[in-house]
Structure formats: structure tokens, C-alpha cells
Design a protein around this ligand. Sequence first.
Ligand SMILES: [Zn+2]
Length: 97
Amino acid sequence: MKWLILLALLVAVTALIALRYRRQIKMAIYVWQMFRKMKQVGKTGEKRIEKPADAKDIALVRCAKCGTWIPQNKALNLRSANSYCSTICLETVAKVG
Ligand SMILES: [Zn+2]
């Protein structure tokens, strides 16, 4: 009979612990989901800021040979301050000069 009482106590204790952990697990999942949402919002926010910033930062320069407007990071520069849209323009100027 003593064993049965001990068994019943054990079941009761484990049930109580399980209930306690359920709350903690629920809280942990809730907090984890909150962090996940916050991270996703942060990522999309960064992307939204990055795209227009890049477009604004790149200045346009004019090709000294053909007059085409090209982004400064794609322009080719000779010794002089002149910028060129491609190697073709750069070479023709170099040949003439
Ligand atoms: Zn050109």
C-alpha cells in the first residue's frame, strides 16, 4: 500500500512539474517568436534603406568620347579627369591622342 501512495505522489508531482514547464515552454515559444519577428522586421527595414541609398550615392559621369551618362563606379578613368563609358571609347581617345 505504501508503494501505491508513493506512486500517486510521484504522478502528482510530475503532473505539477509538467504544468509548470508548460507555462515556461509557452512563454519561451512566445518570446522566441517575438524575437524572430523583430529580426525579420529589422532585416526588411535594412533592405529598404539600402536600396535607395545606393541609387542616390552613385553619381553619374559623362563619357568624354560619346557623351553617354554612366554611374561613376562603372566609369573608366584615364590619367586625366575624363571618364569613359567603355574600353572602346577609352582606346579610341588613346589612339587619337
Ligand atoms: Zn563612351
